[in-house]
Design a protein around this ligand. Structure first.
Ligand code: FAD
Length: 112
């Protein structure tokens, strides 16, 4: 049995023993992705689905800044940049860059 199958069995067993009793008896199809899939199919560096780890020294202000320190007119958006991963974080990073480029504060909220 390959390592992926063994891991699948361990996860199903752990779920059965805790929050999903008899899970294995109702499973018809199993699908999973690994960091290798993220690296191969989505070109994620090191297969990291959420970019760099959000520990304290890599979070918020400590994340990669949206404007490059050395190269003028080089800006960054996305999960690895300030403020962080997740779609709200990614959209916020785009707003930050828009504000840096235009000097105009981008309105928050859902109104058009
Ligand atoms: C399993 C999972 C569940 C998640 N669930 C949620 C959720 O419920 N809510 C939420 O808010 N967030 C969620 N996220 C996080 C969210 O999906 C990411 O933070 C967000 O997609 C990151 O956006 P991004 O534009 O920075 O990067 P990506 O979405 O990874 O986009 C980067 C793109 O660049 C492309 N690319 C890479 N290298 C190159 C290259 N050299 N040339 C051309 N193109 C290239 C990639 O193929 C990819 O299309 C989830 C993430 C994962 C992995």
């Amino acid at each position: 049995m390959c390592i992926r199958d063994r891991l699948r069995d361990r996860i199903v067993s752990a779920l059965e023993e805790t929050i999903l009793p008899e899970l294995s008896s109702v499973i018809e199809e199993v699908f999973w992705m690994t960091p290798e899939d993220f690296a191969k199919d989505y070109r994620s560096m090191h297969g990291a689905g959420f970019s760099i780890e959000p520990r304290l020294t890599q979070s918020a202000w400590f994340r990669f800044h949206n404007r490059d320190k050395a190269l003028e007119n080089l800006y960054f958006v996305g999960a690895g940049t300030h403020p962080g991963a997740g779609l709200p974080g990614v959209v916020s990073s785009a707003k930050v860059v828009e504000e840096l480029l235009t000097g105009v504060e981008v309105a928050s909220g859902s109104g058009g």
